[in-house]
Design a protein around this ligand. Structure first.
Ligand code: PEP
Ligand code: MN
Length: 346
């Protein structure tokens, strides 16, 4: 529910209304529109009626929000969310690139890849310490030891780290040590984990579940947002379809759809999205053209020997080439948009 205030509403009136709503267990979000000030109410609003508010002398209008997600939605937050994470701007027209190995395998491996992706222009080092593997017999990651190696790579290169949390038991250590906490596709609807991660107040990268709709992803984001004010970045990483030529079907239309429905930044993962290294660069460029705020790319110095996801990992040399093209394309698109406004967009 959104309450649109009359222009002469006072701060005391707003505060009193906010405390009343908070006391009812609701989340109240201030929304500054272009010309109006509004309060968004999220939570169980079934006990509220429009009549309760229209009688108030300082409320102009009440709008019921039909979308099932609230805090992630544009109605509650009309402007794009832009974050500063470890000195890097995410969203707001910047291109954020997170790159590194699927899994951390050794200090040499992760430090050398971190150096190379950093040199090529990546803003964050990604690497899995806890790996969600389909088979229980596959390499499961180095666990907390892997996190230590990521920290060492961060120390040596200055690159902040992105890594996946798989269990609530690691919330405390992730909350202290990890710069962006990744919630993987398989856990997108692990609601207790989402809540726990939301309580940490750290930036979260939320990957789309392989069989989840965009609205389900936005509701999952609400689970995190409702706990506090963790910056949430969404990640399109491909969905499961009948197509077998690629590992997943990278749903690039999700980018403009999300941009319309949500204020959260969106990055695209063309590695898991396709499963094959020759498809990573074209889909990365397509993602930028579709309006993505960034990319997540798997890079390995010896992809043929990688313990996880070698076929979709690109070499540091290929990553350097991708970065060159990605930056050039991003710059060009911004220039074109600057010159011509939003011609032709719906
Ligand atoms: C990953 O990023 O390494 C990963 C396991 O991705 P996803 O959760 O998208 O499968
Ligand atoms: Mn992987």
């Amino acid at each position: 529910m959104i309450l649109i205030m009359k222009p002469r509403v006072t701060l005391d009136q707003i505060d009193a209304l906010k405390s009343d709503m908070t006391a009812r267990g609701l989340i109240v979000q201030e929304i500054q529109g272009e010309t109006t000030f509004m309060l968004g109410l999220a939570g169980d609003t079934s006990a509220l009626s429009v009549d309760m508010f229209v009688g108030l002398p300082f409320v102009e209008r009440v709008v019921k929000v039909s979308e099932p997600y609230k805090l992630a939605g544009r109605r509650f937050h009309p402007q794009d969310s832009v974050y500063e994470i470890c000195g890097r701007v995410v969203g707001g027209g910047k291109l954020t690139v997170m790159a590194g190995p699927c899994s951390v395998e050794s200090e040499d491996q992760v430090v050398s890849i971190a150096r190379e992706v950093g040199r090529a222009g990546a803003g964050f080092l990604r690497g899995g310490a806890f790996k969600p593997r389909t088979s229980p017999y596959s390499f499961q990651g180095l666990g907390l030891g892997g996190l230590e190696l990521l920290k060492r790579a961060r120390e040596k290169t200055g690159l902040p780290i992105v890594t996946e949390i798989m269990s609530q038991e690691h919330a405390e250590v992730f909350g202290k040590e990890v710069d962006i906490i990744q919630v993987g596709a398989r856990n997108m609807q692990n609601f207790p984990l989402l809540r726990e991660v939301g309580r940490l107040g750290r930036p979260v990268l939320l990957k789309r579940g392989p069989s989840c709709t965009i609205d389900e992803m936005l509701m999952a984001a609400d689970y995190i947002l409702v706990e506090g004010n963790s910056p949430v970045i969404l990640c399109e990483r491909g969905i499961r379809t009948f197509e077998t030529a690629t590992r997943n079907t990278l749903d690039l239309s999700a980018v403009p759809v999300i941009k319309k429905r949500s204020h959260l930044p969106v990055v695209v993962d063309p590695s898991h999205g396709t499963g094959y290294r020759h498809l990573v660069e074209p889909m990365a460029l397509a993602a930028i053209a579709a309006g993505a705020d960034g990319l997540m790319v798997e890079v390995h110095n010896r992809p043929d020997k990688a313990l996880c996801d070698g076929p979709q990992s690109i070499t540091p040399e290929a990553f350097d080439c991708l970065m060159y093209k990605a930056s050039a394309l991003h710059k060009l698109l911004r220039e074109v948009a600057g010159n011509h406004g939003n011609h032709g967009s719906a």
